[in-house]
Design a protein around this ligand. Structure first.
Ligand code: TPP
Ligand code: MG
Length: 543
């Protein structure tokens, strides 16, 4: 009832005896869609995709034992990327639980999932009564969204699932309190702005999580400050605004990293400045600049990078406090300097020039072809970096990817969760390696007739790791190209029931494909793009 009352778009699950009563109850009530995935990991990633899109906690369920352990990877993913997901696992009857911790197992498929998930959740619950189980779902719903968002796990023994409770409506939602900013801080912040000649905003995932995209774009328009984005910040900001100076990081646009280097005031909004953003050389990163950081999580504010001003606040509250700020700067010459660099080093020229299909050109083509898509969901590897470097998002388009955990196999199930939660077409970009972790979910796409265009970027290898081996292991490609193989992806897609299937190996074929796509039937589409294995994610770490 609670799940239905909260208008949860769907519950994602793979069945098992220890969750069968709960699934049965949701089914009997008939108010919440149950999406059956082929793997609990996929159920978890789908719930994460759903939560990122619907702005409500996602729900994923798995049975005790293997069903529960299969949820651990998505639990970690939603923890690191701050996504509110409620994971519910079934547990054996309380009478069958081991009483002695030295005993390995008592009941069949008994496993202490709470202990395993404790460090990758905001809270784990092991209710002792049916009422406690219900209270845990209510509290977990709230806790998952409060402060820095994240997952909770509720492990419910099967005997409690069978008890009848009188349902009491959870009632109206109390507004979730947000961390505010006091005025003295905004005054200090303004003094930093006034002293700066080349201020720059670094947009992190916290902007979207704090629902602050609109306020940020107003702030940028008002103040004239240019901005760059981290991987998780990409879909919080406009890519067509003149002040957008690109994607930063180890694989970021060369010009965006130059903007970072040249700035004399870096305003970091909801980004944890991890090593992929700063590089290993911290003193070089912080040289000649002041750093201001705004984050809801104070543990992030005192991390590896020493900052000049730290503000613990929700990003939207911070921007709200600055609504009437008296400050405007003309950064034209700074912006032009960066644009000259962009024209001199266009992203596609980072690749060797004899590729039949340049992956950066492919990503540009995708973003000009799918201008009406609701968004892109991207896996992990070189293809992820090509997408981040070269996809130009239209206003409102989403870009979902596994940031902190970097979990291969995330994208296909996450696109399922996104497509279930928001109308419109979704573009999935996966690698040939990643696709093989989640390909059974192609069946889920077809079964639920989800409007997903699957793009497999096939370079015949685990390219990102092969690139690492190339650079560090004298080109020995053990386990990434040597010993790697792919199925025939088109046959695979057809076997799952995809009607529109196509393979493209050159830039000239892209033009033909644009025409073909217009003629194709509604429904799931599968595109395989062949990329030369020499293509790399470049530039690498050019700070
Ligand atoms: C679950 C998991 N296992 C291993 C890795 C390490 N890893 C990162 S990228 C990558 C290669 C991905 O291959 P593919 O999907 O073909 O992408 P490509 O780099 O070739 O574009 C691997 C093995 C990971 N991130 N996640
Ligand atoms: Mg690959």
């Amino acid at each position: 009832m609670f799940i239905a009352e909260k208008q949860t778009p769907a519950v994602f699950q793979l069945s098992g005896g220890m969750i069968a009563f709960m699934i049965d109850a949701i089914g009997r009530l008939g108010q919440t869609e149950i999406i059956n995935t082929r793997h609990e990991q996929a159920a978890g990633f789908a719930a994460e995709g759903s939560a990122r899109i619907s702005k409500k906690p996602g729900f994923a369920m798995g049975t005790s034992g293997p069903g529960a352990t299969n949820l651990l990877t998505p639990i970690a993913s939603s923890f690191f990327d701050s996504v509110p997901v409620i994971y519910i696992t079934g547990q054996v009857n309380q009478k069958e639980l081991r009483t002695n911790l030295n005993q390995r197992q008592n009941g069949f498929q008994e496993l202490d999932i709470c202990e395993m998930a404790r460090t990758i959740t905001k809270k784990v619950y092991s209710p002792k009564t049916a009422l406690e189980a219900f209270e845990a779902i209510k509290e977990g719903w709230r806790l998952s969204q409060e402060g820095r968002q994240g997952p909770v796990l509720i492990d419910i023994p099967i005997n409690l699932q069978q008890e009848e409770l009188e349902y009491q409506s959870a009632g109206f939602e109390r507004e979730i309190p947000k961390a505010k900013v006091d005025n003295t801080v905004t005054d200090v912040f303004r003094s930093y702005l006034l002293a700066a000649k080349r201020p720059l905003i670094l947009v992190g995932g916290g902007v979207r999580l704090g629902d602050a995209s609109e306020k940020l774009s107003e702030f940028i328009d008002k103040t004239g400050i240019p901005y760059v984005s981290s991987l998780l910040g990409l879909d919080s900001v406009s890519h067509t605004n003149d002040k957008y100076l690109g994607f930063i990081g180890s694989y970021g646009n060369r010009w965006a990293n130059a903007a970072l280097r040249e700035s004399d005031l870096l305003i970091v909004l909801g980004s944890r400045l991890d090593v992929r953003q700063t590089g290993n050389n911290i003193s070089e990163f912080i040289a000649h600049k002041k750093i201001v950081r705004v984050d809801i999580d104070d543990h992030e504010l005192t991390g590896r990078i020493a900052s000049d001003l730290v503000i613990k606040a929700d990003i939207s509250e911070f921007l709200q406090a600055l609504v009437h700020i008296d400050y405007k700067i003309d950064c034209t010459s700074f912006i032009n300097q960066i644009k000259i660099l962009r024209n001199e080093h266009p992203q596609e020229l980072e690749q060797t020039n004899d590729l039949e299909l340049n992956p950066n050109i492919l990503m540009e083509w995708l973003s000009t072809t799918f201008t009406h898509a609701s968004g892109y969901v991207i896996d992990v590897g070189q293809h992820q970096m090509w997408a981040a470097q070269s996809i130009q998002l239209q206003s409102g388009q989403r870009f979902l990817t596994s940031g902190g955990l970097g979990a291969m196999g995330f994208a296909l199930p996450a696109s399922i969760g996104a497509a279930v939660s928001m109308k419109g077409n979704w573009v999935l970009i996966s690698g040939d390696g990643c696709m093989q972790l989640s390909s059974p979910e192609l069946q889920t796409v077809v079964q639920y007739k989800l409007p997903i265009t699957v793009c497999v970027i096939n370079n015949g290898q685990h390219g990102m790791v092969a690139q690492f081996q190339d650079e560090n292991m004298n080109g020995r490609l053990t386990g990434t190209r040597e010993g790697f193989s792919n199925p025939n992806f088109q046959e695979l897609a057809r076997a799952y029931g995809f009607l529109n299937v196509h393979k493209i190996g050159s830039e000239s074929e892209l033009l033909e494909l644009s025409t073909t796509l217009k003629k194709w039937k509604e429904g799931p589409t599968f595109l395989e793009f062949i990329i030369d294995s020499r293509a790399k994610a470049l530039p690498k770490n050019s700070f």
